[in-house]
Write a protein that binds this ligand. Structure first.
Ligand SMILES: [Zn+2]
Length: 446
């Protein structure tokens, strides 16, 4: 199959009159400066699909349900109590229905692969399902229904706090022992489609002891993800436990390199920032969720200047939008530093700089090649050039316009592994998925 674009963003930059040849879901050839071949589908502007490196699919169902002020010191920890109550009742069918809506929305906004940080493993009573990968199957189902690429990251979770503290009742659906988790990972592997990637996610230094961390990290050769330094209380507790801060502890005690993605990594000293940047690991930033939860601001200017790798994630899925995540990284810096256009080299476009960084980091974090290039999955997004946000645009300003000024409707089509999943901004199955979601939420919240 051939797609032809007036302009396309290639690893070498913008190119005109580009034929993208696709075979078995992968890009086989990229030919700039060509006329459309007979039968080639013609479109205006192509950019590569982004990887969303951090999602908890089911949390889409509680978006907007925790925006009422409770205690005066309402924070992440009170939000977490609401989250625990919401997930208490979810069946595997509910998880599949809610996650499918989240994944359709991801595709509609330009994410073509998701890293699902999947921790809801047990039944409502905390017992293992007969099939230990029952809920992983719900995630696989949602990915299949929407067509999004899946990097499944089963989460190991065993404790409520540093030093192996016993788990709390609200955590019963997450818990595994090391042997049971190994079985869960293998049962999950058996359910995955051909182009899925399997990694492992030790939840956090709160939930996993160093001994277990070593064992579960060796269960696959795939990506390793961990929540780290999202909250100041977590940093203080880690210091009390070990004398080191969470990211410092990880860098001191593990071989943190390109296989690792540290999710959030919000609270860093300058030394931690420089060391994490030099490690080659990805900082998985989720700035929309981090703003919603009052987490804090990642030191992106210093980290990027030190050569650090970033990617974005929609995490709690409070509002799924790839452009919004990229914009929020830059805006958080502007608000705290009181300057403009902070995260690009002098004279360069902030939008393009952040897009290229998140594209490369997203691929690294999710274990796949990215970009419109031979060998990569044919994960391509076309922009809707009839949208007012693009009026009079030249190629060099397109990403800034999309990220900073695009609003809804800026995306036209999305192909995932060469299959057309989004047309005129709508997922091909969006109606059925939304109906199922309405019924599911109506019952859960009714
Ligand atoms: Zn998370």
């Amino acid at each position: 199959m051939d797609l032809w674009f007036e302009n396309a963003l290639l690893p070498t930059g913008w190119a005109g009159r580009v034929t993208v040849r696709i075979a078995e879901g992968r890009i086989s050839q990229v030919l700039p400066g060509t006329d459309p071949a007979p039968g080639a589908e013609r479109h205006r502007v192509a950019i590569p699909g982004l990887g969303n490196v951090h999602s908890h699919g089911f949390q889409r169902g509680m978006a907007g349900l925790s925006e009422r002020r409770g205690r005066r010191d309402d924070d992440f920890w009170s939000w977490r109590e609401i989250m625990y109550r919401f997930l208490d009742r979810l069946t595997p069918e509910d998880i599949a229905a809610i996650t499918a809506l989240a994944y359709a929305e991801m595709l509609e906004t330009g994410y073509t692969r998701v890293g699902e940080f999947h921790y809801l493993h047990n039944d409502v009573n905390g017992a293992r399902y007969a099939d230990p990968a029952e809920t992983a199957g719900a995630i696989v189902h949602a990915a299949g229904e929407t067509g999004i690429g899946l990097t499944l990251l089963p989460v190991f979770y065993a404790h409520s706090d540093f030093g192996g503290q016993p788990p709390k009742p609200g955590q019963r659906r997450f818990l595994s022992d090391v042997d049971g988790f190994a079985k869960l990972v293998e049962a999950s592997r058996a359910k995955l489609p051909a182009d899925a990637v399997l990694g492992v996610a030790p939840h956090s230094l709160r939930a996993v002891t160093p001994e277990a961390l070593a064992v579960v990290s060796a269960l696959t050769a795939g990506p390793l993800h961990i929540h780290a330094a999202e909250q100041t209380r977590e940093v203080e507790a880690c210091l009390a436990w070990s004398g080191a801060r969470p990211v410092e502890w990880l860098l001191d005690n593990l071989d943190i390199g390109r296989r690792w993605t540290l999710i959030h990594a919000t609270h860093l000293t300058e030394a931690e920032t420089d060391r994490l940047a030099a490690s080659g690991a990805v900082a998985g930033l989720c700035p929309v969720t981090e703003a919603n939860l009052g987490d804090g601001i990642f030191p992106a200017e210093r980290y990027l200047a030190a050569g650090g790798t970033i990617a974005t994630g929609t995490d709690s899925n409070i509002q799924i939008d790839a452009a919004y995540e990229l914009r929020a990284i830059e805006y958080s810096q502007r608000l705290s530093l009181r300057r403009r256009a902070i995260l690009s080299p002098e004279g360069a476009s902030v939008g393009e700089t952040l897009f290229h960084a998140a594209l490369a980091g997203g691929g690294q974090a999710l274990g796949v090649e990215t970009g419109i290039a031979p060998g990569a999955s044919a994960d391509i997004v076309s922009l809707n050039m009839d949208h007012p946000g693009f009026a009079g645009a030249s190629a060099g300003t397109l990403l800034d316009r999309w990220i900073f000024a695009g609003r809804a409707g800026a995306i036209d089509c999305v192909w995932r592994a060469g299959a057309l999943q989004v047309v005129r901004g709508k997922h091909r199955a969006s109606e059925g998925i939304a109906n199922h979601y309405h019924k599911t939420l109506g019952r859960l919240l009714g």
